[in-house]
Ligand binder design. Structure first.
Ligand SMILES: [Zn+2]
Length: 495
């Protein structure tokens, strides 16, 4: 068995706008990096496309199918495509374990809590007061593009009816700028030393349509070159998801337990490594489009890119196994992993580190004077923690948690199950391309007639409709919360 790694480049011939869901709405969120699953879809379409660059168009259909299954269903894993300009990546993968001072970005940038715990507020000592900043912390959110700088552009077009523009119906769609390149890696697990014809096909230049649109939007030139596969580090490492992962337990049910998934991958490899129990994770709901049948795939709960665990004493065997990813649907690009030496994690908020002076900061002697006067204030009034750091405001409950609490344990399970069913229905309709007003009248509002809704007060019913009718990202969050509340109630009932 040989593992070959390729670097691929997509050069946009037009703007690229790969939407996060299949629905085309007046405006929709787009990916800031193109997931491997979208690139795979574009390659798969091209494989059969006689006009562009089909795979060996003169061989028999059986041979084409066999080679397709070999490459796409077994051997190939495609990593996300990251926007680059002049060789500099635009998107940075910020770990979910990353934080930075929310109000003063001059407070030394991002800090990885997986490498060093610093508490819940910014610990950087202000030179002019001698006290810790105490600012709240902003969390890393996976793949992030810098704001501004023209990475994202808005395109506007009109709706078409029988080929003619419809008056008053303008669609705005954000897209990645045309002045960038999209760069990623892909891995092929080959059966022998020589490249298969399928791999050689990957190496030929071709034009792909990225983002599921048959129009000119999303046309990109594809290029791939073989690169040297690197050996992942071992020892104490940060294990971070490079793409969303779909994890399942031994019964095949979705789980978000990244610690367990990593532990199982290590055990299965025959190697060794100890996973620390703390994980930093975020959850997303992912869906896909089944190109052949034209039907949406059911949405699945996933652990998002950037989610992180720490592993101690990881050996080379286990590292190689983790390098292959975790979870299911890996051939589609889900569950890819980065393994990073813990020493290389950013530590911008290390209170003991020598930090460069903040621009406009006072000189050392002024600082010393500032400190002494600050201490005087402290002795006169109160200890610095009380003076400087406001108590943390109570974390407000999520709408689903609040509603569950209001409704009470007797009625909540039925309601939560109902919310899950109806919410998924809403997602399915949106994925099928139905516009929001139709989804509202056909799915959201009829919820009011369902038997479990009659157990609720008017205000509670309205809260349910707000939850089910929320925009896509919020709805995913709500459904995740509903699942969690339901599990918690079941656990409570057991004990
Ligand atoms: Zn700060």
């Amino acid at each position: 068995m040989t593992v070959r790694r390729f670097r691929y480049t997509l050069t946009p011939l037009s703007r690229v706008s790969a939407g996060r869901s299949g629905a085309v709405q007046n405006s929709r969120p787009i990916y800031h990096v193109i997931p491997g699953t979208v690139v795979r879809g574009a390659l798969g379409t091209s494989w059969w496309n006689k006009i562009d660059a089909a795979y060996q168009p003169n061989t028999s259909r059986e041979k084409q199918t066999q080679a397709f299954n070999e490459l796409f269903a077994k051997a190939m894993r495609i990593g996300p495509a990251i926007p680059e300009r002049d060789g500099v990546p635009g998107s940075e993968l910020r770990g979910v374990s990353w934080v930075r001072c929310k109000y003063r970005h001059s407070h030394y940038g991002w800090h990885d809590l997986a490498a060093m715990d610093i508490g819940r507020t910014c610990p950087i000592v202000e030179p002019d007061t001698g006290y810790p900043c105490g600012g709240s912390l902003e969390l890393g959110k996976g793949w992030s593009l810098p704001e501004g700088n023209g990475w994202i552009v808005e395109t506007t077009r009109t709706a078409l009816e029988n080929g003619a523009p419809v008056k008053g119906q303008l669609f705005t769609r954000p897209a990645l700028s045309k002045t960038i390149e999209l760069v990623g890696t892909l891995t092929v697990v080959g059966q022998d030393e020589n490249m298969s014809p399928g791999e050689q096909w990957l190496l030929t230049e071709k034009v792909l349509s990225v983002g599921g649109q048959r129009s000119t939007l999303g046309r990109c030139r594809w290029r791939a070159d073989e690169i040297k596969a690197s050996t992942p580090p071992n020892g104490t490492v940060i294990v971070r998801l490079r793409s969303d992962a779909i994890l399942v337990d031994e019964f095949g049910f979705a789980t978000t337990d990244l610690v367990r998934a990593v532990r199982e991958a290590i055990e299965k490899s025959g190697g060794s490594g100890t996973v620390r129990p703390k994980a930093w994770t975020r959850h997303v709901s992912v869906s896909g489009w089944h190109g052949v049948s034209g039907l949406p795939k059911p949405e699945e709960l996933a652990v998002s890119a950037g989610s992180t665990v720490v592993v101690d004493e990881l050996d080379a065997v286990a590292a190689a196994a983790l390098d292959n990813g975790v979870g299911i649907r890996r051939v589609e690009g889900f569950g890819m992993i980065d393994i990073l030496p813990i020493d290389e994690a950013p530590k911008g908020l290390d209170p003991n580190a020598e930090h460069p002076p903040t621009p406009g900061a006072t000189t050392a002697s002024e600082r010393a004077m500032g400190e002494s006067s600050a201490i005087e204030i402290q002795t006169e009034h109160a200890p610095p923690s009380q003076v400087r750091i406001a108590p943390e405001p109570p974390v407000p409950l999520s709408p689903v948690d609040q509603l569950t609490k209001d409704v009470g344990t007797a009625r909540a399970p039925k309601m939560l199950k109902g919310i899950l069913t109806q919410g998924r229905q809403v997602m399915r309709w949106r994925d099928n391309g139905f516009a929001d007003p139709i989804v509202r009248t056909s799915v959201v509002e009829p919820t009011i007639t369902l038997p479990w809704m009659r157990l609720l007060s008017m205000a509670e019913q309205e809260a349910v409709l707000d939850i089910i009718g929320a925009e896509p990202t919020t709805l995913s969050r709500h459904l995740y919360d509903a699942r969690r509340c339901l599990d918690a109630l079941a656990k409570e009932a057991e004990s």
